[in-house]
Design a protein around this ligand. Structure first.
Ligand SMILES: Cc1cc2nc3c(=O)[nH]c(=O)nc-3n(C[C@H](O)[C@H](O)[C@H](O)COP(=O)(O)OP(=O)(O)OC[C@H]3O[C@@H](n4cnc5c(N)ncnc54)[C@H](O)[C@@H]3O)c2cc1C
Length: 557
């Protein structure tokens, strides 16, 4: 399920590891429209002899505010370099240094310039490379614009995936011996977000409803530099290449918050610093209604823009009519990434044998409470590869279970007799917009118990309104209103888990900052949150963090 970086990489791995395997790749989008295509800045890998795996692990673990499982991180960093060379051999145009070697740049929270990149269009180039590779195999069958609505699990085995063929409206069932969940993140629960509008956490919600637990959903990443007012990402590479953040007094301020790393501190720290500046009355105003923002100044690195940052230069020009060489770009923290996801082990396995998870859909967990920039695209490649191989291995020794017709009919009824026929007059788009608003305001960079309670109350109200929606469009062909309705339903479930998990976590760690509990509390909260579906909402339990070499320490940059 999913045709982004993780899904495509997994599909290739599955067919290349076993000459008998066929893959059905189900994607609600044409694969090259997946959000992965928008990845900009880079992908971290240990390639330089002066860098090493321990350093990459340590940066990742410190970045995670010690919530990452350290054995998983140590395993992961070792898998990445091979993926860079493999994609290079498959034709990915990685940016190169004068001497012909693959270039690497600095990125937030890295202690070595480790991010491999293809200008500031990394995701686009890697996706093109993987998609071309997939087309070499007639054993990879693409089911593009098929929208997965549920999976059924029967006798602790994956039984079937139900989908709607968006082109025809036909209810279509897929069965297979194994399943890889690679349906991306859920950043669009929020309104001000760098994520594609399709990033609605379907894979998380579908797995959760089928009884597969989700891990650490309260950790949602805010990227410091979302373009105002659209939210389009201005890559972290802009700061890594030397860009400055300035407040309304024209001053740089990061020295007060991260004296050593300054603008190149991890995202959670920079996002909070910007919000503190805005709250202290030093936000910039003007040009965008009441929105207060911070200026990203690239004028002193104008000579680098064309070669190193062409896309964001173009974005600033096209969307805001700003020449980045001449004036600052207005930015604000925007929702960017969900650290949480389907709980998987080091081999990407879920609690259901034969069901695997990879990419943003899964939480293994290497990102813990805060992912470092450039540590997701590499995860998609490295763990997509693992998931593909494991799923192929499972498939070669198992059959396809008998279809559970009752479950298939139940889902059919939910779609066509319940959701499609609801007639309470509530508008799906309005519910989505209200959800985004309450998440922005109450579950944002700064949280409090009071705000979270207010969010949970609103989410309950929205769920109630959701039970009274009306779908005006009764047609079968590309019924985007029905699709939106299903996506909003998934996001309401996920938002409830995020807000409740955040309410219960009475500490501050990584991207989760509680003004009423501003300190990290290792005695009580050095643990993962595990959310399991019940009819009355998520049941929250906790599981220990696995520590190998790095004892939790104060996190200063
Ligand atoms: C603007 C932006 C820039 C980024 N830049 C970087 C970067 O420079 N470096 C880095 O490491 N990370 C970056 N990230 C993060 C990284 O790009 C993503 O986390 C990663 O690409 C996600 O890949 P994925 O394969 O897990 O999911 P996606 O690319 O989001 O793909 C999800 C797939 O699932 C399918 N799908 C979803 N729901 C359904 C459904 N119901 N039925 C069927 N199919 C479904 C979709 O069609 C799609 O094919 C960035 C993210 C954003 C938003």
């Amino acid at each position: 399920m999913g045709g982004g970086l993780a899904g495509l990489r997994a599909a290739i791995a599955a067919v290349e590891s076993n000459g008998e395997i066929t893959v059905g790749l189900v994607s609600k989008l044409y694969p090259l429209r997946s959000h992965s295509v928008a990845a900009e800045g880079g992908t971290s890998a240990v390639l330089d002899p002066e860098d090493n795996f321990d350093l990459h692990s340590y940066d990742t673990i410190k970045g995670s505010d010690y919530l990452a499982d350290q054995d998983a991180v140590e395993e992961f960093v070792k898998l990445v370099p091979e993926q860079i060379y493999t994609t290079d051999h498959w034709g990915c145009p990685w940016s190169r240094a004068e001497d012909g070697r693959i270039s690497q740049r600095d990125f937030g929270g890295l202690s070595f310039p480790r991010a491999v990149f293809a200008a500031d269009k990394t995701g686009f180039h890697v996706m093109q490379t993987l998609y071309s590779r997939c087309l070499m195999y007639d054993r990879i069958h693409f089911y593009n614009e098929y929208f997965a609505t549920s999976i059924s699990v029967d006798s602790n085995r994956f039984n079937a995936m139900t989908t709607i063929n968006l082109r025809t409206g036909e209810y279509t069932i897929f069965q297979s011996k194994s399943l890889i969940l690679a349906a991306g993140g859920g950043g669009r629960m929020y309104r001000f977000s760098t994520c594609a509008h399709s990033t609605t956490g379907d894979g998380d919600a579908i797995a959760y409803r089928a009884g597969i637990p989700l891990k650490d959903m309260e950790f949602v990443q805010f990227h410091p530099t979302g373009l105002v007012p659209s939210g389009i990402l201005i890559t972290e590479a802009a700061r890594a290449e030397g860009g400055y953040l300035r407040n309304s007094e024209g001053k740089r301020f990061m020295e007060h918050y991260a004296p050593t790393k300054l603008e190149e501190a991890p995202r959670d720290i920079v996002s909070r610093a910007m919000m503190w500046e805005i709250e202290a009355g030093r936000g910039v105003r003007g040009g965008y209604g009441n929105i207060e923002y911070i200026n990203l100044d690239l004028t002193h690195i104008a000579d680098k823009l064309e070669e190193r940052l062409p896309m964001i230069t173009d974005i600033a020009r096209k969307f805001n009519n700003i020449d980045a060489a001449e004036g600052p770009i207005p930015v604000r923290p925007a929702t960017h990434y969900t650290m949480g996801g389907v709980s998987v082990g080091i081999g990407t396995e879920t609690v259901v044998p034969g069901v695997f998870g990879a990419g943003e859909n899964a939480s293994i967990s290497i990102h813990g409470a805060n992912r470092l920039g450039s540590n997701s695209t590499n995860e998609c490649l490295a763990l997509g590869n693992v998931a593909g191989k494991k799923a192929a291995e499972f498939a070669s020794s198992h059959g396809i279970p008998d279809l559970n017709h009752d479950k298939i009919r139940e889902e059919e009824k939910r779609l066509w007799e319940d959701i499609m026929r609801r007639d309470g007059g509530e508008n799906v788009a309005a519910i989505r917009s209200d959800l985004g608003h309450t998440m922005d305001v109450n579950v944002g960079v700064f949280k409090t118990g009071e705000k979270l309670e207010s969010a949970i109350k609103t989410i309950y109200e929205l769920k109630e309104r959701y039970s009274r929606i009306s779908i005006q469009d009764k047609s079968n062909v590309f019924n985007t209103e029905l699709q939106w309705a299903l996506e909003v339903g998934y996001m309401l479930d996920l938002a409830e888990i995020v807000a409740k998990g955040a309410f219960e976590r009475k500490e501050s760690r990584g991207a989760h900052y509680r003004k009423d509990f501003p300190k990290r509390d290792d005695d009580n909260f050095l643990k993962h949150t595990i959310a399991t579906y019940t009819r009355d909402g998520p049941r929250l339990e906790y599981s220990p963090v696995r520590i190998t070499k790095w004892q939790p320490a104060e996190r200063v940059y």
